[in-house]
Write a protein that binds this ligand. Structure first.
Ligand code: NAD
Length: 497
């Protein structure tokens, strides 16, 4: 234990131990012998100190010209870019996903940081004519104040950056609570921001348990918005707590994403997409493909093609470049995935491949499960309806585009969907009629880019979007300004000349 690093909270520009005096161990899910580090088991007092620091820093940060804020973010982005390889391998060690995917995660953080650095010279409002003479109308964005962020573990740096960078460029200050399972990537992000000139108090981080820290991060009256990404169950807790004080809540939650494969689809491409969508990140993406709706005329061929490919995926420690799929994040989630596999079998779905925890040799030290494909799934089954968040794919048959669209919409979630077809009419009809926040044509359900809005409908979200300029609407409020230079009282809607 002596050579295990202890990481501190980051409050008001300083690395501080928790008032609890307690730390917790975080271990590598691919090799539980490896301790990634000791992290602070923070308590309410720590969260309150972080909010205090953010609240004080806000008074100065909001007045820093946005292009200057942008210059700092630009340097942060360059720093992340220069350290990309180390940041990625830290992330693979703490989260498990394969190194080419953690490079992508860090790249998303870089892209978002550069993008929002550029927004420092835009943050456009509008000017518009007044209905009255000698009067000038315009809108400006104003920051909200202190923002708190509650993050999940599946995108350890990208999701924190997606929240932080638009908030910072708008002039807000922040407190972030990373997932208990992936705090190191947020420590790394804090370090980069601090060392590249983000002033003390503008960014703060407390590590630890959600249920312990959540009430302070949500209920403190100095907090103006809570941005949460995680399960729909926790999102509901956050939403209800925010509602009491009319606090803004931006919620990004669960998914049960679907790929439709029509009878005219390029099947090779559809299989490539399904494989990457279902088993990339070990199925632990909010946009992961967990349902396939396949036309009955090609379902047999599609199923045998994907089963053959799934069997060939190399599962193991993601630091090895040859590995296709890493471990599940932890024992609890592994148990959950195995539970759903048993449910699928007992409900009568046909297990085509996978279905087992992987054991023997290095596998015994991690949380590995086989890529799993079920066919003959019906819409009353729990594996069709509930988010599993693991490498489990369910295939359902359809006979027409209308039926495929109905099946795609047969979920309480609304994050991402895709269709594989050569028919432009089918593609556009599905694009219009499937109720999700993200839609792909001839591409997998995953693969968002940072300059487009990201988020979902129904129980996936509450109407906000991250990324793109939509993120600026989350982290600023419009102020409409009327300047009257007529020198007399002019009454809107009443004075006509
Ligand atoms: P989770 O809900 O268990 O945890 C998310 C965060 O909430 C963690 O930081 C956790 O500590 C905190 N938390 C837990 N209980 C809390 C409480 N009572 N009060 C306040 N905070 C609390 O989710 P997870 O397991 O980390 O992530 C997986 C889930 O996230 C999946 O459902 C996935 O679909 C979803 N997700 C959604 C998106 C999206 O953009 N829609 C992106 C990534 C992940």
């Amino acid at each position: 234990m002596s050579n295990v690093t202890e990481y501190k909270n980051f409050i008001n520009g300083q690395w501080l131990a928790s008032k609890s005096g307690q730390t917790y161990e975080n271990r590598n899910p691919a090799n539980t012998d490896e301790i990634i580090g000791l992290f602070q088991q923070s308590v309410a007092e720590d969260a309150t100190a972080a909010i205090e620091a953010a609240s004080e820093a806000y008074q100065k940060w909001r007045l820093v010209p946005a292009p200057k804020r942008g210059e700092i973010l630009y340097n942060v982005a360059k720093r992340l870019f220069d350290n990309k390889e180390d940041l990625s391998s830290d992330m693979t060690r703490e989260m498990g996903k394969v190194i080419k995917e953690t490079r992508g995660d860090v790249q998303e953080a870089i892209d978002m940081t550069f993008y929002m650095a550029g927004e420092g010279r835009r943050l456009f409002g509008i000017t518009t004519p007044s209905e009255l003479a000698n009067k000038f109308n315009m809108t400006i964005r104003q920051p909200l104040g202190v923002c708190t962020f509650i993050a999940p573990w599946n995108f350890p740096m990208a999701i924190p950056a997606w929240k932080m960078m638009p908030a910072l460029i708008c002039g807000n200050t922040i407190v972030i609570k990373p997932s208990e399972h992936t705090p190191l990537s947020v420590v790394n992000l804090m370090k980069a921001c601090h060392e590249e000139g983000v002033p003390a108090g503008v960014i703060n981080m407390v590590t630890g348990d959600g249920p312990v820290l959540g009430p302070s991060l949500i209920n403190d009256p100095r907090v103006k918005i809570v941005s949460f990404t995680g399960s729909t169950r926790t999102g509901r807790i956050v939403s209800e707590a925010c509602a009491k004080n009319f606090k803004h809540a931006c919620l990004e939650m669960g998914g049960k994403n679907v790929e439709i494969v029509m009878d005219d689809a390029n099947l090779e491409l559809a299989v490539d997409g399904a494989l990457w969508g279902a088993f990339g990140t070990t199925g632990q993406r909010c946009t992961a493909t967990s349902r396939i709706v396949c036309h009955k005329d090609v379902i047999e061929k599609f199923t045998s093609m994907i089963v053959e490919r799934a069997k060939k995926l190399k599962v193991g420690n993601g630091l090895d470049e040859a590995i296709d799929m890493g471990p599940i994040i932890n024992q609890k989630q592994l148990d959950n995935v195995l539970k759903y596999i048993e449910i699928g079998k007992s409900e009568g779905a046909k297990l085509q491949t996978g279905g087992e925890r992987m054991t023997g040799g290095e596998y015994d030290k991690g949380y590995f499960v086989q890529p799993t494909v079920f066919s003959d799934v019906t819409t009353d089954m729990r594996i069709w309806k509930e988010e599993i968040f693991g490498p489990v794919l369910s295939i359902v048959s359809c006979s027409s585009l209308d039926e495929a669209i109905n099946l795609a919409n047969d979920t309480v979630y609304g994050l991402s969907a895709s269709i594989y077809t050569q028919d432009i009419n089918s593609a556009y009809t599905a694009m219009r009629d499937i109720n999700t926040g993200i839609f792909y044509v001839n591409a997998p359900t995953i693969g968002a880019e940072t300059h487009l809005p990201f988020g979902g409908t129904k129980e996936t979200g509450n109407g906000h979007r991250e990324a793109g300029t939509a993120a600026l609407d989350v982290f600023s409020e419009w102020k409409s300004i009327y300047v009257d230079f007529s020198g007399k009282l002019q009454r809107a809607q009443i004075d006509t000349e």
